[in-house]
Design a protein around this ligand. Sequence first.
Ligand code: PLP
Length: 261
Amino acid sequence: MTVHKALTVAGSDSGGGAGIQADLKTFQELGVYGMSVLTALTAQNTQGVHGVFPVPPEFIAQQMDAVLSDIGTDAVKTGMLFNSIIIETVAKKLKEYNVRNYVLDPVMVAKGGAPLLVTEAVAAVKEHLLPLATVVTPNLPEAKVLTGMEKIETKEEMKEAAKLLHDWGAQHVVIKGGHGTDDIVTDLLYDGREFVELSAERFHTQHTHGTGCTFAAAIAAGLASGKNVREAVKQAKVFITAAISHPLGIGHGHGPTNHWA
Ligand code: PLP
């Protein structure tokens, strides 16, 4: 039996809807053996992030060494990295172990507004992580911060942002359209040559906590099982669309997406 393996390097969401918990659930659902390196703990529920406790960078390095020197992995996804020292530590280990199939989810702010990346670390994401990324998956606000563009609303602006991120080293770019206002949500995939549009009907719900984490983890799971980027992104879009459209309805705030859907 061939075991496909994926590693998430991300923050913990005690409420189980986002972060490493969402990633591991996604890996499991998509038939991939999941591993996790914790970068930060959050005290969190559907109502918000109540506290953040970053893990010391030396211990993040130790976790990456432990996993990668023994078990190895077929793909890595990074999520909440919080500060530039953590980003540099993770980038160094990704290079040291020659990790391929790296999905960079440039997590910045939780839906409730809590910062998951300090502002001064954006430059480190661009300098250290973009050039290593097989796929980067910004939503519209993240794409704006990364590119410095004033607005990204139209398809043409999405294409311009994707080109910039590709020029700065990401092999593939997926700009997620979910933060827009159209009834049809379109994500744009760019591989440096052509654009592929992935569209789905907007599902009006407040239960979208962890969608970004889940989508990026699903791409990593696809790559880990040997799919190419386009197939992996298409599978992830189907997975996240099902997860959003069958909300669990738990908690008193923004509930999690449904990984069983
Ligand atoms: N908490 C952690 C640890 C995360 O990694 C993320 C997203 O990446 C979030 C919270 C934010 O989730 P959302 O913005 O979907 O509520």
